[in-house]
Design a protein around this ligand. Structure first.
Ligand SMILES: Nc1ncnc2c1ncn2[C@@H]1O[C@H](COP(=O)(O)OP(=O)(O)OP(=O)(O)O)[C@@H](O)[C@H]1O
Ligand SMILES: [Mg+2]
Length: 260
């Protein structure tokens, strides 16, 4: 299958107003195929969010380039949907208006806006909450709204930066299953950053492990677990073997990061 996203020699160095520079990313080369579900693990501060933001077009690389279906990314676009850890809904819009936001921006006819929004509201289990405002919803429900909003735009690729990081464990597991179900049905390409090794394995078709800062992709591991995935897979020998391997790799990098 062809590569949809090509990250080619992408590095990023931040320079403070005082002239001090921080290299967040070493040149990163990474290819993502269509419908891949790639999870990214790595120590805190190694540049994972920086890389995602560059792919989103919210930041730019110091060197290198990112191509989406052969086109260089030069800014944000509807072909990429972003979901962050903290809730980023518009507080003055209700759930339905939040989900329709991008569709309205694109001047989609009213009937189509409604149809797409309704479809994804049902998909993430928020029927009956259309008229509620974000602050009236739980964290999990807000995150489901953010996912529905990202999906409603029909992006080629979903960029998710610790989307379930702020949720309690029970809700988190439900959200993992929900997102996997959507991924299996909608055939999306996903880049998903997490600190949770179980989550990284459970969700992924491939796990990319970042080195300590300045980050680079240290290793990639294919996850060959069956679909549809059920949480009981976490107790299988294949899963535990992957977990042991990744735990060791992350530990080594986190120790390297602490030495800085
Ligand atoms: N806008 C910015 N200006 C200056 N430095 C920045 C900026 N954004 C990130 N950095 C620096 O780049 C490095 C990587 O940050 P980044 O947020 O990408 O890490 P991360 O891997 O997402 O960490 P975490 O796992 O804690 O979220 C850090 O040293 C951070 O301080
Ligand atoms: Mg981050």
């Amino acid at each position: 299958m062809s590569n949809q996203l090509s990250i080619r020699g992408v590095s990023r160095t931040f320079t403070s107003p005082g002239g001090q520079s921080t290299q967040a990313l070493q040149p990163v080369d990474f290819e993502v195929r269509k419908n891949d579900f790639v999870t990214i693990l790595g120590p805190s501060g190694c540049g994972k969010s920086t890389l995602l933001r560059i792919v989103a077009g919210l930041d730019y690389p110091t060197s290198g380039q990112v191509l989406l279906d052969g086109q260089t990314i030069e800014g944000p676009g509807a072909d990429r949907g972003m979901v962050f850890q903290s809730y980023t809904l518009f507080p003055w819009l209700n759930i339905e208006q939040n989900i329709r936001f991008g569709l309205r921006e694109r001047n989609l006819p009213e009937a189509q806006q409604k149809e797409r929004a309704d479809y994804f509201i049902a998909k993430v289990g928020l029927r009956g909450f259309e008229q509620h405002f974000p602050k009236q919803l739980s964290g999990g429900m807000q995150q489901r709204t953010a996912i529905a909003r990202a999906l409603a735009n029909d992006p080629k690729i979903l960029l998710m930066d610790e989307p379930f990081g702020a949720l309690d464990n029970q809700t988190r597991v439900l959200m993992q299953e929900l997102l996997l179900g959507i991924w299996e049905a909608e055939q999306k390409t996903v880049l998903f950053v997490t600190h949770d090794i179980d989550e990284a394995i459970f969700m992924a078709s491939r796990v990319a492990v970042f080195s300590a800062r300045p980050g680079r992709i240290k290793s990639e591991i294919a996850v060959d677990l069956p679909h549809p995935r059920h949480y009981t897979v976490k107790t299988t020998p294949a899963f535990m073997e992957l977990k042991a391997r990744l735990t060791e790799e992350i530990r080594a990098e986190s120790m390297a990061a602490a030495d800085h």
